[in-house]
Ligand binder design. Structure first.
Ligand SMILES: Nc1ncnc2c1ncn2[C@@H]1O[C@H](COP(=O)(O)OP(=O)(O)OP(=O)(O)O)[C@@H](O)[C@H]1O
Ligand SMILES: [Mg+2]
Length: 394
């Protein structure tokens, strides 16, 4: 164990030092035709690799005697039961799996329980009932001491307001968690420089926080949470205070970091555009409950209920729907009669938005191919136009 790995950090963030694992369950790659969005490509089926983090029937109630209340209601109170006794069901019957290497986004209206759920996951708050399982270990059964160790070695957290120390310069802010852990100046500054370079702030180490823009301060906060190399990274609306342009730059930066670091990430946002850009999968919460978990495309094409329909109603279909979801399936003989050129084919996972220029330039029909170049279907111009203009798919 090196010096950094022995360190402790509770005062600043529940994040701590251990070299990040390479993802086992997933390999992340750039989305077809897009340099920025990332999609999951499974190398080992996630169900075989097992989740990195799992929630099993997690409830968090706020009120006078939450456990007693839960027992009295058979551990399954309704919203009416809760309201009748003035309990808040901030998390209710949450069961989900988060896999190594994925960006798992949590969305929902204000007060729907996003922050509470993430705090339960990191055990910053104790669930009233239910299991949080990290790498196969039920966190409700580990001792306080073990929990602190797990936090030290596995978890990182970034909040909306990073709370930089105003009287310390950038490098001291980033190195602060390591200082708290008792690491010597030389080692901690070396590490701080590494992460500052990662977030593109190499030349700003001597600046004070008030000399930085909002976006740059956010990067310092991100660098600080990365200094201790968490395996699982919780981010609660980290970009929500930024103006749209900086926010977009930060999202790009974040994806660039993830391409290098392959963290398991739980990311809360209110913003569907942000979710589409970052998420491998999205969970939608309402009144403490997770209503649906799926890719953006699944939420749009197969919403679980009217709430998800309403919630996703403003999502531009062309950004989330893929060629394969609107194509006509090919016959088994497809593609055998004439050679295919790159111009007349699109990948089945390409988004409608990405294939639009090709179909506009190449007439009425494109062949849709899989990873092996096999034709799996056809895309018609009018279908693509229908989605592009939010119309009926014809
Ligand atoms: N410590 C607490 N005591 C009592 N109620 C709480 C506490 N923390 C959260 N709540 C309540 O739990 C519910 C869920 O809150 P939470 O902060 O998780 O929502 P959120 O989805 O993160 O909202 P936002 O988008 O506004 O951040 C809310 O009704 C909130 O008032
Ligand atoms: Mg919140």
């Amino acid at each position: 164990m090196d010096e950094r790995q022995r360190c402790h950090l509770e005062e600043v963030d529940p994040v701590n030092g251990k070299a990040p694992d390479r993802p086992e369950a997933f390999r992340l790659r750039a989305g077809a035709g897009s340099g920025e969005r990332m999609t999951l490509q499974q190398t080992i089926p996630p169900e075989e690799a097992g989740p990195k983090l799992a929630c099993r029937n997690v409830w968090k109630l706020f009120g006078p005697h939450p456990r007693r209340f839960m027992t009295k209601h058979g551990n399954n109170p309704s919203l009416e039961d809760l309201a009748a006794r003035n309990y808040i069901g901030a998390a209710r019957r949450v069961t989900l799996d988060i896999y190594q290497g994925e960006i798992f986004v949590i969305m929902g209206l204000s007060g729907s329980g996003k922050s509470t759920l993430v705090r339960c996951m990191s055990r910053l708050v104790d669930p009233t009932i239910g299991e949080i399982i990290l790498d196969g270990r039920d966190l409700s059964r580990v001792s306080e001491r073990e929990l602190i160790e797990l936090r030290r070695h596995k978890m990182g957290m970034v909040f909306q307001h990073f709370g930089l120390l105003p009287h310390r310069d950038v490098i001291d802010n980033v190195a602060f968690p390591l200082e708290v852990q008792g690491i010597g100046r030389k080692t901690r500054e070396k590490r701080a420089r590494e992460v500052l370079e990662l977030v593109g702030l190499k030349d700003r180490e001597c600046n004070m926080p008030n000399e930085l823009s909002g976006g740059e301060q956010q990067r310092v906060g991100i660098a600080r949470s990365l200094a201790v190399e968490p395996e699982i990274w919780f981010l609660d609306e980290p970009f929500s205070a930024l103006d749209p342009l900086i926010r977009s730059e930060m999202q790009e930066e974040f994806l660039r970091l993830q391409r290098m670091l392959h963290k398991t990430i739980v990311f809360i946002t209110h913003d569907f555009d942000e979710a589409i850009r970052l998420a491998d999968r999205i969970a939608i919460m309402k009144d403490g409950e997770v209503i649906q978990v799926g890719t953006a495309e699944e939420l749009v094409t197969a919403p679980a209920d009217d709430y998800v329909v309403e919630f996703t109603s403003k999502v531009p279909r062309a950004k989330v729907m893929s060629a394969q979801s609107i194509m006509e399936a090919a016959s088994p003989q497809a593609g055998k009669c004439r050679p295919l050129t790159e111009e007349c084919t699109v990948h089945c996972e390409a988004k409608v938005e990405e294939v639009a220029p090709a179909i506009l330039a190449n007439g009425q029909r494109l062949s849709v191919v899989d990873d092996d170049g096999k034709v799996v279907g056809y895309l018609r111009r009018k279908t693509v136009l229908g989605v592009l203009f939010e119309g009926e798919q014809q």
